[in-house]
Design a protein around this ligand. Sequence first.
Ligand code: XMP
Length: 326
Amino acid sequence: TWTTGNVIEEQVEAIREQVGTRRAICGLSGGVDSAVAAALVQKAIGSQLTCVYVDHGLMRKGETEQVEKDFVAATGVRLKVVDAEQRFLTALQGVSDPEEKRKIIGREFIRVFEQAQAEIIAEAGESGEPVEFLVQGTLYPDVVESGGGAGTANIKSHHNVGGLPDDLEFQLIEPLRQLFKDEVRMVGQELGLPEEIVQRQPFPGPGLGIRIVGEVTKERLDLLREADAIAREELTAAGLDREIWQCPVVLLADVRSVGVQGDGRTYGHPIVLRPVSSEDAMTADWSRLPYDLLGKISTRITNEVRDVNRVVLDVTSKPPGTIEWE
Ligand code: XMP
């Protein structure tokens, strides 16, 4: 029978056997999956694990600081923060195609991990054990939707599945590969992770890079970060965080529409709100948020975010729409 205790015990044993005395690194994204995967691997191999947080510049407001503080406080894990904003933005320059973006982001993640690996080895000197493993918080739905499951089509390349380069230098440890999100949350709870981490809404590894329809630039990211922060703030204030699965906020960077703001005509970009309810992200329904709340978010975004003159609501279920726009 399935219990969180069994899953943890089984995985801990399997990881110990796989890793032996060698070392591993784990990419932390700030999300539930990588946090639970890291905590599980830490339970198995302790200080043989180093977590690497890649700040790719595609994060939401306050995200990096939260990982640096909360996760380290909760687990005591060894953490390396890499500032890779320039690297990612350069690699994404001129790219608008969603799958291409995902592949580039997946590839750059791995390159940064390889660099971190080299640094960790150098720090330990010649006596250090090799760093041969990369831990990822891949879930069952990620595997299925990236075309990894039997008889499934590739819907999108999740950055940590279909986006991996062919010349990967790491062996993968993916202890959550057979689990769904709710099960991962239960495992995280059992491992003693705090509520703020375990109950966090999902956020994709490629971050805001796949929430800008069009080319990703620093300016557009800053704009989207502002709009996203307002939407999150209002959803939290309305007490709806636990009720909705997640609410992507999307910038239609290649679309402009005419508006009237202040004392004149504007020609700005629309922001899309995509609040969804779901059990496991495989299917989803659009959330019926209160009109007053939607109105407040719309007023604030158009007042406070430069270049945005329209807020629209996505009322599509999944299928046919996926949760993210790219
Ligand atoms: P879609 O858009 O496929 O999203 O309906 C399903 C769930 O997966 C999240 N998502 C990702 N998570 N890496 C991740 O870690 C990714 O590349 C990725 N793409 C989508 C999405 O936010 C939703 O919760």
